[in-house]
Design a protein. Structure first.
Length: 223
């Protein structure tokens, strides 16, 4: 039985966008200086983004890129994620929908961006379709299927359980799936691809240890 979501806005993730995200750690180092970062931002056809996610970037592929520092360039120790969809889940504690108007307005801001489309209302199946298509883009670039596939839990993200997929390179963890948009009080959910150092957590847990996998995902995508 499909689980409802109030709204979903998304822009397809492509293999080219995945490749750009994964090359950032090994790119020429750019210090966390506004002018230095701005030069590279302009060279790449990016722009600064302050409305959808504070202190982030809009890439030339139309996605929102966030990093745990001003510069994501040439920082192999950085946690970086690329948002390709935004979800407004149904909140069982908000039966009167007191948050509906302003949260729908925030999703509107995402959906109005060039190349973005949406569903309103939608279901978890719509979200899973977006995630599955994004997984195909990651697999096309990485060349392998995900090592782990697990449903998210309430400990990781609000809203309906959605699929997390995990790949690893020699140095980084790639986690595709839902994560809380910490801006509007965690009431919205990003669908994102994270690229974070493997040493953010212990070795990848066995596939049947869902609790350990949830902790591993959180250790790599949260900061």
């Amino acid at each position: 039985m499909p689980l409802p979501v109030h709204a979903l806005a998304h822009r397809p993730l492509t293999a080219e966008a995945v490749a750009e995200l994964l090359e950032l750690p090994g790119a020429p180092h750019v210090p966390g200086d506004f002018d230095a970062v701005d030069t590279v931002v302009q060279q790449r056809g990016w722009r600064w983004e302050h409305e959808l996610v504070c202190e982030s970037f809009r890439t030339a592929h139309g996605h929102v890129l966030c990093s745990d520092g001003m510069s994501p360039f040439g920082r192999p120790d950085a946690r970086t994620f690329l948002v390709f969809a935004e979800v407004y889940p149904v909140d069982p504690d908000d039966e009167s929908l007191v948050n509906e108007s302003w949260l729908l307005g925030l999703v509107d801001d995402w959906q109005r961006q060039p190349g973005w489309t949406g569903h309103r209302p939608g279901t978890d199946h719509d979200c899973e379709t977006v995630l599955a298509e994004a997984a195909q883009a990651v697999t096309a670039h990485v060349g392998t299927a995900p090592e782990r596939t697990v449903l998210s839990s309430a400990a990781v993200v609000t809203g309906p359980p959605l699929t997390h997929r995990i790949w690893r390179t020699a140095t980084h963890a790639l986690v595709l799936g839902p994560h809380a948009d910490n801006g509007p009080y965690g009431l919205l959910t990003h669908l994102q691809l994270s690229c974070t150092p493997l040493n953010c957590g212990p070795d990848l847990p066995p596939a049947d240890d869902e609790d350990a996998l949830a902790g591993w995902i959180t250790a790599h995508v949260d900061w």
